[in-house]
Write a protein that binds this ligand. Structure first.
Ligand SMILES: *Cc1c(COP(=O)(O)O)cnc(C)c1O
Length: 334
């Protein structure tokens, strides 16, 4: 089950969903905004879609008509599902979202029954899911709670459907959490959930995207110049400085100016020396080894230093950086 929330982790929910649709490895998509589900359906995606969030009454009907599976967990859901089933003249297929200890979303596991019995008058259970913590020992307890829930359903004569618990980290680290499907998000795009070299040994991944921009200005700044609003980057010798039209307002991390690199032509790496809201400056050096119009790769699989993990190591912070990419960034599927 491919998680494509957060605009598919910044890479474009329609582009990513369209690529994944119909792949034999993929059961379907999971997302958290009804608008995304509608947009993806409108783009022609046909695989199953699970909405892992609540729904309003008005959205509910359109979601079901769009063949999007609803999640249930709320006290109000039996009444909502009953009205929906009445309107549509059939039982509503649902996944049960269970809180086994993350304390964030879902039906608290101890409160599933008798609430679920009531719901089953109008719903058909197609599956159940939970989210695990990153505390391995506690996650094992969560997994056994979740397994007991499955037994409880079967004992009540309820077909449990598709059970799924593992996001990227447990998919890598906890085989006992795999159940019928795993539910990775970040991992799909070639990033490691923990960002550490320890995980790289567990799975051979390749980053699926490049963040690229063209040089729009290349200037030889004289000695004594400075770069940046606070003039923090001093130019001691005449130096070629490139400008690319992307910045923290577009989702490129502002901390990149603390030592990130960008890949230019012929394998050359340029140091990032300034990031503003829509501009980033690169240190090209004392030789003019770049040109206006050149494409530079700010993130990508081409060198370890510019992957999200390599970047996080150089500038601090986490490796889920692509989540911040603004949805207007043009996307090209190669
Ligand atoms: C975000 C999310 C995932 C995927 O998480 P990753 O760490 O990106 O793999 C899976 N399940 C649920 C319920 C989520 O909210």
């Amino acid at each position: 089950m491919a998680v494509v929330k957060n605009n598919a982790y910044g890479l474009g929910v329609i582009e990513v969903a369209s690529l994944l649709d119909g792949l034999p490895e993929i059961w379907g998509l999971a997302l958290v905004r009804a608008e995304d589900a509608f947009a993806v359906r409108q783009a022609g995606v046909r695989c199953p879609i699970l909405l892992m969030a609540g729904f309003s009454e008005s959205e509910g009907e359109e979601l079901v008509r769009s063949n999007v599976t609803l999640s249930v967990f709320d006290d109000d859901d039996p009444a909502k599902i009953r009205r929906l089933a009445d309107r549509l003249g059939r039982k509503i297929g649902v996944h049960l979202y269970v809180d086994t200890g993350l304390g964030r979303m879902g039906r608290l596991h101890s409160r599933v029954f008798p609430w679920l019995d009531q719901l089953m008058e109008w719903a058909r259970l197609k599956g159940a899911f939970t989210m695990l913590t990153s505390d391995d020992d506690f996650a094992r307890e969560q997994v056994s709670l979740f397994r007991r829930l499955k037994t409880g359903l079967i004992e009540r004569g309820i077909e449990p459907g598709l059970f799924h618990a593992a996001s990227s980290a447990p998919a890598l680290h906890q085989p006992e959490s795999h159940f019928d499907a795993v539910r990775p998000g970040i991992l799909l795009h070639g990033s490691l959930p923990g960002g550490g070299p320890g995980e790289a040994a567990l799975i051979d991944l390749k980053l699926t995207f490049r963040l690229r921009a063209r040089i729009v200005r290349l200037e030889r700044l004289p000695a004594g110049s400075t770069i940046g609003f606070s003039r923090f980057y001093p130019i001691k010798e005449p130096t070629w400085i490139a400008t690319v039209p992307i910045g923290w307002g577009d989702g490129y991390p502002s901390a990149a100016e603390n030592g990130a690199l960008a890949l230019g032509g012929s394998g050359r790496m340029f140091k990032v020396v300034n990031v503003n809201s829509n501009h980033t400056n690169l240190l090209v050096g004392d030789e003019k080894v770049a040109a206006v119009g050149d494409v530079v790769t700010l993130m990508g699989p081409d060198a370890a230093k510019i992957t999200p993990e390599g970047m996080a190591q150089r500038i601090g912070g986490h490796n889920y950086v692509q989540i911040d990419f603004k949805d207007y960034i043009p996307k090209f599927v190669l």
